[in-house]
Design a protein around this ligand. Structure first.
Ligand code: 6PG
Length: 246
């Protein structure tokens, strides 16, 4: 089932996301002793990461049991201002008591094949995966671009149809740059998927994604649908302004 939660503004979206993050994290720790999350980059989650690094949220999250992965990364070193890892480190990870060995960075600057196998190896080891098994994240945080991409799964690319890898590095033709991304089978194996979408510039695409025909190659965000988990869209009024359903 898809839950769409409309909130007044970006600040309210971040607060609701923080509340859900903490709730899911606590449940995961209680049930399995650990909380595994995959973060996204872009502008929208900055506010959320800053909230999670500040009181009262900071003290409520189980950092000692939290394991942080990424949904996607740019092909840049971790010091580059475009790095998703750097953004999360500066806004969140540097300010919370998370053990450094529980932060699993995608090697954006590495060679294609070694960066992919490095991350697959990290996933395999952490989730103790056997042959044919997929990682099961407790929470995957996603955003959506105005073109309908999510993570670094861009319209019309092989990332939309790749069902055999866990991690993909490929050149995104519309950007002319390489991106690394978790694939849809990993995303869709999560217990909870949370989309954060704000801003009027996303309104038209959001309406097409949530209320239009199912065309995942055109709107990859439509393909993020957990096999056995919850799917929640936290959207602000500006982004929701073209939705017909309330
Ligand atoms: C990234 C992302 C990407 C992002 C969307 C939305 O690294 O850029 O993971 O999928 O979530 O592009 O980005 P904004 O929040 O900046 O609109």
């Amino acid at each position: 089932m898809t839950e769409i939660v409309r909130l007044p503004d970006a600040e309210a979206v971040a607060r609701e996301a923080a509340r859900r993050w903490i709730e899911i994290a606590r449940q995961a720790v209680e049930a399995r002793g650990a909380f595994r999350i995959a973060l996204s980059g872009g502008e929208t989650p900055r506010l959320l990461y800053r909230l999670m690094a500040s009181e009262p949220w900071r003290d409520q999250a189980p950092w000692a049991e939290t394991h942080v992965f990424w949904c996607d990364e740019r092909r840049v070193p971790p010091s580059d201002p475009r790095s998703n890892y750097r953004m999360a480190r500066e806004t969140l990870l540097d300010h919370v008591p998370i053990p450094s060995e529980q932060v699993y960075r995608m090697q954006g600057g590495g060679l294609i094949s070694s960066a992919t196998s490095d991350y697959e190896e990290k996933l395999r080891r952490h989730f103790r995966l056997g042959r044919g098994e997929w990682p099961r994240f407790d929470l995957i945080l996603l955003g959506m671009g105005t073109d309908g991409h999510t993570a670094s799964i861009f319209p019309g690319t092989r990332a939309v149809s790749d069902l055999s890898h866990m991690v993909l590095v490929y050149e995104v033709p519309q950007l002319g740059v390489e991106r690394m991304t978790l694939t849809l089978p990993v995303i869709n194996n999560a217990r909870h998927i949370l989309f954060l979408v704000v801003g009027e510039e996303k309104a038209e695409t959001l309406a097409a994604v949530l209320e239009g025909d199912y065309r995942p190659s055109t709107y990859p965000a439509q393909a993020a649908r957990p096999v056995d988990g919850t799917l929640t869209w936290l959207v602000d009024e500006a982004a929701a302004s073209r939705l017909t359903a309330n």
